[in-house]
Design a protein around this ligand. Structure first.
Ligand code: DAH
Length: 341
């Protein structure tokens, strides 16, 4: 009987060596360690043996069983390690492969221009005031000193809505009235940025939509010198400390006196080139002292208060700065243009 046990052990270990998968291992286990395996049968029949042989055979049965158990566990561990190594090898991640690029968004050149300009005004103590894009005829024209049928209205080709008296603002100036009516009689120092609309032929130089930044300062003793000083300070921050400026008399119904401000052409340094059309100067904004009628419409007594206002086009400034020759690029949604900013 002991001999047979030795044979079983040797046979089992030999077969275990050949096992190369977990399925085969399971078959092996059933064969040698399962309920109907020979080893189990022998141990069940121990009592049938002569009494003298029982202890030795019993001990040997246990030894063989634990040897096979141990061998099984080792084999099982080894098989799992090989399988893991195999999957690691087969499913290896190649970390040197370049990743898929994430398409990154960016700010629109108009937004960049707008933010740059607003940042300067913020530093100079001007608050941003948001005003509506859909306006009434009264705010866009009437309260700005352009009564119905006033010829100055012809300066602004207007999108009217089907609602009588309601239109898309042609400039940010109606925002002046909104701030004044909200703040009067407090002093005011605000900038009003936003989209404006004009019913115009779209060309390289004119669009039906564009941004403006309006500025308004109201208080006691505000003079034309404040207007010039403030706008000069802005120009230096925007275009460089040495930029030269000039004011040209102009006319707007809502300011008196009115002036347009030019800066020396930064492309040619004033020599004359195609950007400044050989004049040496670039027009960047309209401005003036707030008209007494407009002050009154805003709720300020013109005998006590005065103020200045200005309006500029950020797209125009971005165009000058980057020498963009066609304003239609701004809303053309062409990535070849937009991705350059
Ligand atoms: N609203 C004017 C326009 O769209 C620009 C402007 C000129 C605004 C003079 C002002 C100003 O506030 O004082 O053409």
């Amino acid at each position: 009987m002991l001999e047979r046990l030795n044979e079983i052990e040797a046979q089992a270990l030999k077969e275990l060596d050949q096992v190369s998968s977990s399925e085969e291992l399971q078959t092996w286990k059933t064969k040698y360690l399962g309920r109907s395996a020979e080893l189990g049968v022998i141990s069940k029949r121990l009592r049938e043996l002569p009494k003298g042989e029982r202890p030795a055979v019993g001990r040997r049965v246990n030894e063989v069983k634990s040897a096979l158990d141990t061998a099984h566990d080792e084999r099982s561990g080894a098989l799992r390690a090989t399988a893991l190594e195999h999957t690691l090898r087969a499913e290896r991640i190649d970390v040197t492969l370049p990743g898929r690029p994430v398409a990154r968004g960016r700010l629109h050149p108009s937004t960049l221009g707008l933010r740059g300009i607003l940042e300067i005004w913020r530093e100079m103590g001007f608050q941003v005031y948001d005003s509506r894009e859909v306006e009434t005829d009264e705010y866009n024209f009437g309260l700005l000193n352009m009564p119905p049928h006033h010829p100055a209205r012809d300066l602004w080709d207007t999108f009217y809505t089907t609602e009588p008296g309601v239109l898309l603002r042609t400039h940010t100036s109606p925002g002046q009235i909104h701030v004044m009516r909200e703040r009067a009689p407090e002093p005011i120092r605000v900038v009003l940025p936003g989209m404006c609309y004009r019913y115009e032929q779209i060309t390289a130089r004119s669009e039906i939509q564009f941004n403006q930044i309006e500025g308004l300062a109201i208080g006691s003793n505000i003079t034309f010198a404040d207007l010039k000083g403030t706008l000069n300070a802005f120009a230096r921050r925007m275009f460089g400390q040495n930029v030269r400026t000039r004011f040209r008399a102009s006319h707007f119904p809502f300011t008196e006196p009115s002036a347009e401000m030019d800066i020396e052409c930064f492309v040619c340094g004033g020599q004359g080139c195609s950007v400044c059309k050989s004049t040496g100067w670039l027009e960047i904004l309209g401005s003036g002292m707030v008209h007494p009628t407009v002050l009154e419409n805003g709720g300020y007594d013109p005998r006590e208060y005065s103020g200045f206002a200005f309006g500029m086009g950020p797209e125009r400034i971005v165009m000058l700065k980057h020498r963009i020759e066609d304003i239609r690029y701004f809303w053309g949604n062409d990535l070849r243009f937009l991705e350059q900013f």
